[in-house]
Design a protein around this ligand. Structure first.
Ligand code: UVW
Length: 355
């Protein structure tokens, strides 16, 4: 069976039982205010907002990643000057790591190690070689990760206007597997808002990052965001998780992040921004007040569902930010290859920035 045939066969597969991940995300959604109402405040908020539905055909599943053609790969490669590499994933540590409430950090278990041999449960291979094996249990959003476009929605449609029941028992549309086949490659631009507007590279908890803050940061850095750039947003929040400061205990619910505004949406739409990567749990502030009403993760609806912009969260940006501050170069080739997890809501990823 060819890889293509195998993939289309498994795409048609109906999973036997609702996955624990899906059930938990439903619970998170319900806790955050019930995203499933057709006439929700989100639907009203987004009534006149820009949308990319249909721009790349009725069956499109990768959204604004369509902007990242070969020309964008070459444009990203053209920004390489020194060859210095930055790996943007946080460590995957057993039982520890920043995760959204309702998810558990990665669980890592050894399935075989020297104890298998010393306890005589296993024999060395012919010739004397021995080996180890291990397994993990993890939420696909349990470390630095790319979200599938259909991972978050409001009303009864996901990205592209496809019915939301396409998410049941594994995503049949706009899963993370399609992003895994395509890859996310282009010119990345770091906007170090944490350094520009924060203290010691850290925005205070609850800070809303607005379009004006992005523009002011770009100006202070002497960099110009160009059409189809991948926006890399540093808030300093994930670094605070690891610092564990007693008077600034990290909390996913009050992290700094982007805040919803029509200006921001229009800018992202007109700039044809394909993807945003940030060093916080949700790219945006989790809870936001808009027109006197409280919304949870509204940009997930506006960006992923309506504009098809791909989000990567929990990125490690400290080393890249330090290096960029030192040499004044904020542009680089950005490469992120999500796993080809068919039906998946998201995928762990270790993005690479090459300067
Ligand atoms: C949240 O914002 C809840 O995280 P994610 O987009 O990874 O689901």
């Amino acid at each position: 069976m060819s890889i293509q045939n195998h993939e289309s066969a498994s795409r048609k597969r109906v999973f036997d039982s609702k996955s624990a991940v899906f059930a938990t995300l439903l619970a998170v959604g319900a806790a955050l205010g019930g995203l499933a109402e057709a006439d929700s405040p989100m639907a009203q908020l987004q009534q006149d907002a820009p949308s990319n539905w249909g721009k790349w055909g009725a069956n499109d599943q990768v959204g604004a990643i369509n902007y990242l053609d070969e020309g964008q790969v070459l444009r990203g490669a053209a920004s390489i000057r020194s060859g210095r590499r930055f790996m943007l994933q946080v460590p995957m540590t057993h039982g520890d790591g920043p995760v959204f409430p309702g998810r558990t950090p990665t669980q890592h278990f050894m399935a075989g190690d020297e104890s298998s041999y010393s306890s005589r449960k296993a024999e060395p291979m012919p010739g004397g070689m021995k080996g180890s094996d291990d397994v993990v249990f993890m939420f696909l959003q349990g470390t630095t990760h790319v979200d599938a476009l259909a991972h978050a929605w409001y009303g009864d449609q996901v990205y592209g206007g496809v019915p939301a029941d396409s998410t049941v028992h594994g995503h049949a549309h706009a899963d993370v597997g399609v992003l895994g086949k395509r890859g996310i490659v282009g010119r990345g631009v770091l906007l170090d808002v944490g350094r520009h507007l924060g203290t010691g590279g850290r925005l205070p908890p609850d800070t809303c990052v607005h379009l004006a803050d992005l523009e002011a940061t770009a100006q202070a850095q002497g960099v110009t965001m160009e059409k189809r750039d991948i926006l890399i947003l540093r808030t300093g929040s994930i670094a605070r998780f690891y610092e564990n400061e007693p008077d600034h205990a990290w909390d996913a619910m009050n992290e700094p992040g982007l805040c919803y505004s029509p200006e921001l949406l229009n800018w992202l739409y007109e700039m044809e921004i394909p993807a945003i990567t940030a060093d916080n749990i949700a790219v945006e502030r989790v809870m936001q007040e808009i027109n006197g009403e409280v919304f949870a993760i509204p940009l997930h609806g506006a960006l992923m569902r309506d504009l098809g912009i791909v989000l990567t969260e929990i990125a490690w940006l400290e080393d890249l930010a330090e290096d960029s501050d030192a040499d004044g170069q904020y542009t680089f080739l950005y490469i992120a290859a999500p796993l080809k997890m068919e039906g998946g809501t998201g995928s762990p990823v270790n993005p690479v920035a090459i300067k």
